[in-house]
Design a protein around this ligand. Sequence first.
Ligand code: F6P
Length: 555
Amino acid sequence: MANAQSFTCPTDLPSWKALAAHAQQLKTRHIKDLFVADDARFTKFSLELPGLLLDYSKNLLTDETKSALLALAKESDVEGWRAKMFAGEHINATEDRAVMHVALRDKSANPIMIDGLDVRPAINAELERMRKLTHKVRSGEWLGYTGKTITDVVSIGIGGSNLGPLMVTEGLNAYSDKRLKMHYVSNVDGVQIAEVLAELNPETVLFVISSKTFTTQETMTNAKTAEQWFMVVAKSHAAIAKHFVAVSTNRKLVTAFGIAEENIFDMWDWVGGRFSLWSAIGLPIALSLGYEVFDELLQGAYEMDQHFLNAPLDKNAPVMMALVGIWNSNFLGYPAQALLPYDQCLNRFPAYMQQAEMESNGKSVNWAGEKLSYRSAPLIWGEVGINGQHAFYQMLHQGTDIIPADFIGSVESNINVPSHHDILMANFFAQSQALMQGIDADQVRRELTTKGMPAARIEEIVEHKVHRGNRPTNTLLLPRVDAKTLGSLIALYEHKIFVQGIIWRIHSFDQWGVELGKVLAAGIQPELAPENAVNPKHDASTRHLIEFYKKAKQL
Ligand code: F6P
């Protein structure tokens, strides 16, 4: 297995030690003073790529920090591991698999070798099938069992089989011709599927059941409910072929479910669920927006892949974002990372990235299974920034914890409503400036004096109005959120996650941490039936909670 070779713990690397010592000095500095001291700061700490500006100058770092971080990337052999990933080596060692979501959007004509096989023909064949299905459904050629055209698509899936398509279709809604109405069902809480089905006609709906494994309980339960709802009206198993398609690696289980062979779209075990929107898992995207738009998304991601592969480390946006994140978390000690899009089209981006980052890098042992002595993924969270301003920004500006944030905005809005976008963007620029600069007591006093406040009152409130600033942010500016720029943005974060995982020496591409809860739930589920006893071996809290639930249910 690829990672089982000997490796140096990052804390033993000379660069890590240098960074740790350097951080002690820099912690006494203020970012605003670093701007005063260096006119070239923006130029030095920003990168302009086609379709993306990354400004990381509003972080507490200097030339020396940058050099040491780049040394950390070198000493961690990020370039070597990057080559291994792109070569299809089994870098997902605990599952003994390649990690090749990049293959799904590879626009070159070169063979893509995984386990001795060129997978390009299989990828292209699936893409072609997606294109054809999309065309048939969108053009009205695909008819339901009573001869009517499809009006609604229900995508059933959870996690990586839901968040990507949902985020992208919602985000690019401005590019949709609204021919098909999209619905997403992920929660096993029946409320969600009941509400979706209530407004649909079985004759005009197409269900897309997306599950890499086709064993995920939430998805299987929702799929069965959808099938039962459909059969009540359709009453014929033959009709299912006109209303159900599936995306999975598990053809056997999909067929057993009753979905026609020709309606099964393949994916592969070398595509992680949270990196799978580039595969047929992206079918709802193509159905909603048209295959051409889906293809643009792939193109954008491919261009970022090429940048990640070829740009020198110091000009490499995913690498620099990964390094700045590591600096903030491991050396400056900041415990979380906020994602703050200032574009409604990126509404779901934080939730999507939460899975991508936290499921990938939320690990606490290294490649050798030894407990980490340093933090891996910080808490990733966020919300559309302008809403956050009126909710949690108070804590970002004045809370006891410093939370680094990524501000993501666009030059042009997808829908131009006069005057709105500049108001939005004025806030975008102002907030990261405020977080960085802050406002000190003397400034507060001056402002309040100018407003005519009595001196005694000023002294009562001055400390409450002080913003200490020095709160780090990255700013990402896109020309607009279209399929190509969104594809690039997602790939940028994917590669950032990869680089951080390599430096932390953790397995980014498994997710064993989600298993235990699933196993326990499977044990508890039968206990919830009135005729069954609650397992006396449960801890007292769990036992009492279950008993309370069962008793309350019977009242
Ligand atoms: O339980 C977590 C997880 O395995 C995710 O990694 C995955 O994206 C999600 O469940 C859904 O899995 P599947 O696509 O196999 O239904």
